[in-house]
Design a binder for this molecule. Structure first.
Ligand SMILES: [Zn+2]
Length: 484
């Protein structure tokens, strides 16, 4: 992101904290044995426990605890030996018990951090205050202005909430943090982290203050943001709005605002006066959660290589730049794809170029996922090899790539079927070059009188005459010979 920060030269600094809710990919819900699955028919996965019938008892899902521990250990948190669940009370149609089971003052994880890279390559640690487990609420479906339905499939789905310290100071850092945290939970395999389906959602708290002031400014909470790009836009907008308000003598109200991505504006949803008193207390139905060292070490031993570790390894082992490594490691499948290509063709630089420029470009343009792509790692590796062996030139390789993406055919098949092999024979190319020079005496004269850029005309003509298949290096060599 290169857009100028709205803070530049303003004399203000921003103080930002982020809360992320991650839906965990366990088989069953957090306190009952109902299926934990997105996309089923409404109320298909509901029982007496998750629909809040009186007299039922919640039973904690061990897998949820392990997943929460994994997120905590991957972010350097302390895992609490004893933690507990609390009830958070509020009234809403999607919450039949009228309270949500969550963790309040004794969460499972505390004091962690997420490392991010800043522009220019410096690093920063965003500290985590806590990570706690909780159940999700159901979902209201508003059919019309007079009719609403409640779907309780989501009620009791397991969540972890990850809360930062207010360590983030720009939209760039916020985006870097969200990207990294998203990659961490994806690498751990604890969540689909699918933003469209709501399994990775976040709220952003922002305040501004004059540089040098100790006291924090009034904070505003931004809700309902569902992309990292929108988060960055919303933060920049909100910083600018707050600085302007203060500079013109206005007052910032503590409130919740929503982001309207269409009009690129935030608008007030509710003020703090409407804030609820949740009356938290320890849930008497759930025992204290005791975690011994053995369990922690067992979970720790199963942690995979993490995104920032892979980032460092890719730069060392594959000699890709920080920028390339950041993109390649931002998604675990993409990282695996890259390494599978390199394993075969042993050319990380070219593999990275193809992936960053062509493959990601194709996925974006055609709105497909990597797993749906017809080009598999061995096919891309073959293409890299065909180019480095000089069988096709890099221009033709672009066409071959497009054909591979369309048909799923191996490059060697496409090259053979379409006769795309590079013409590298000097004899064959010399004939073409001699003819072009003979056919264009005027251009030759101009070139010789000092118009060097006309060299491109000759290269272009020769490439055209070979239908793009000429070896550009040989063509240039021959042209220099015949034009001097
Ligand atoms: Zn249930």
């Amino acid at each position: 992101m290169s857009a100028e920060s709205p803070l530049k030269d303003s004399g203000f600094e921003a103080v930002i904290g982020i809360e992320v809710h991650v839906q965990l990919k366990t088989n069953s819900k957090i306190f009952c044995s109902c299926q934990n699955r997105f996309g089923d028919p409404a109320n298909a996965n509901v029982c007496a426990v998750c629909s809040g019938n009186p007299g039922t008892l919640p039973v904690l899902n061990r897998k949820v605890v392990e997943y929460a521990m994994m997120v905590g250990l991957a972010t350097g948190c302390k895992i609490a030996k004893i933690s507990e669940f609390s009830r958070k009370h509020y009234l809403y149609p999607d919450l039949p018990k009228n309270y949500q089971i969550t963790q309040d003052d004794r969460p499972i994880c505390e004091d962690g951090f997420v490392p991010i890279e800043l522009e220019g390559g410096a690093a920063k640690k965003i500290r985590l205050k806590r990570i706690h487990m909780e159940e999700d609420a159901g979902k209201n479906l508003h059919v019309s202005s007079t009719e609403s339905h409640v779907d309780l499939n989501r009620a009791g789905m397991p969540l972890v909430e990850i809360v930062t310290e207010p360590d983030i100071s720009s939209s760039y850092e916020a985006k870097a943090y969200l990207n990294r945290l998203h990659a961490i939970v994806q690498y751990l395999g604890v969540s689909d982290a699918n933003m469209e389906e709501g399994s990775f959602r976040f709220d952003v708290n922002i305040s501004v203050r004059p540089i040098g002031q100790q006291k924090l400014g009034t904070k505003v909470e931004l809700k309902n943001i569902n992309s990292f790009k929108f988060a960055a836009n919303a933060i920049d907008y909100e910083i600018e709005r707050q600085v302007e308000t203060i500079e013109t003598g206005g007052i910032i109200y503590q409130e919740t605002r929503s982001w309207d991505s269409k009009n690129q504006k935030s608008f007030a949803m509710r003020s703090k006066e409407d804030a609820q008193e949740y009356r938290y207390f320890t849930d008497p139905d759930l025992p204290l959660l005791i975690i011994d060292d053995e369990w922690v070490e067992n979970v720790r031993s199963r942690l995979p290589e993490l995104p920032h570790e892979k980032l460092i390894r890719f730069q060392k082992e594959h000699k890709v730049s920080l920028y390339e490594a950041e993109i390649l490691t931002s998604d675990i499948e993409l990282a695996a794809f890259f390494e599978a290509v390199v394993e075969i063709c042993q050319n990380a630089k070219h593999a990275s170029n193809w992936i960053l420029r062509n493959l990601l470009g194709y996925l974006k343009e055609h709105k497909v996922k990597l797993s749906e792509m017809k080009i598999k790692p061995d096919m891309l590796a073959e293409l890299v090899e065909e180019v480095s062996k000089g069988i096709i030139n890099s221009k033709i390789a672009q066409d071959v790539f497009a054909e591979m993406a369309e048909t799923g055919k191996y490059p060697s098949i496409i090259i053979e079927e379409q006769g795309l092999e590079q013409i590298g024979s000097e004899d064959e190319l010399e004939e073409i070059v001699v003819k072009i020079v003979a056919d264009n005496p005027k251009v030759v004269e101009d070139y010789k009188s000092g118009k060097d850029r006309l060299f491109g005309f000759f290269v272009g003509s020769a490439m055209k005459a070979t239908k793009g298949k000429g070896n550009p290096v040989v063509i240039q060599k021959l042209l220099k010979k015949h034009l001097s």
